[in-house]
Ligand binder design. Structure first.
Ligand code: SF4
Length: 155
């Protein structure tokens, strides 16, 4: 059993979380490292509170109180235009002040976002490709999480 907390980008503060929860259930993206028979308990879910991270000093500490062993910065930190400029600061704060390890990304990055960022070139310009490794593992998963795909959720 692993207990986790998830921080999401405030630009998506009203997100329903469906892709993150689907990836937890189906062990996709960043959650593929956990076997299906190992339960993942989400002890908390919080938007960052808006740039530069109004909730940063509070939510991860609360996650820890409720037993979180790791904090995930959700894929929306990376999917937005541009990628969260404070992502490294959030990671450092949570690891060094709160004292929990941080993983970057949750669900696989959908194909429509991969195409959009490739077209704009911001991931390359901002040298963030190393942050994307857990959520850009394969094309099949990228297509599976693309809600603009006509076959989305059909299989
Ligand atoms: S860009 Fe970063 S700091 Fe700004 S709202 Fe999103 S996650 Fe928070």
């Amino acid at each position: 059993m692993v207990k986790i907390g998830i921080m999401i980008c405030d630009r998506n503060r009203t997100c329903t979380g469906n892709k993150c929860f689907k990836s937890i259930i189906e062990r996709d993206g960043a959650f593929s490292e956990y076997p299906l028979n190992e339960p993942i308990e989400v002890v908390g879910w919080s938007a960052c509170g808006g740039c530069p991270g109004e909730r940063l000093e509070f939510s991860p500490a609360d996650f820890k109180k409720y037993g979180a062993e790791v904090v995930y910065l959700a894929s929306c930190y990376l999917a937005g235009y541009p990628v969260c400029p404070y992502i490294e600061d959030h990671k450092k704060y949570i690891e060094n002040i709160v004292g929990l390890p941080v993983k970057i990304g949750t669900h696989p990055m959908p194909t429509n976002y991969l195409k959009g960022h490739e077209k704009i070139g911001d991931w390359k310009r901002d040298k963030v490709e190393h942050l994307l490794k857990d959520v850009t593992k394969n094309k099949e998963d990228a297509d599976k999480y693309d809600s603009t795909n006509p076959n989305f959720l059909k299989k």
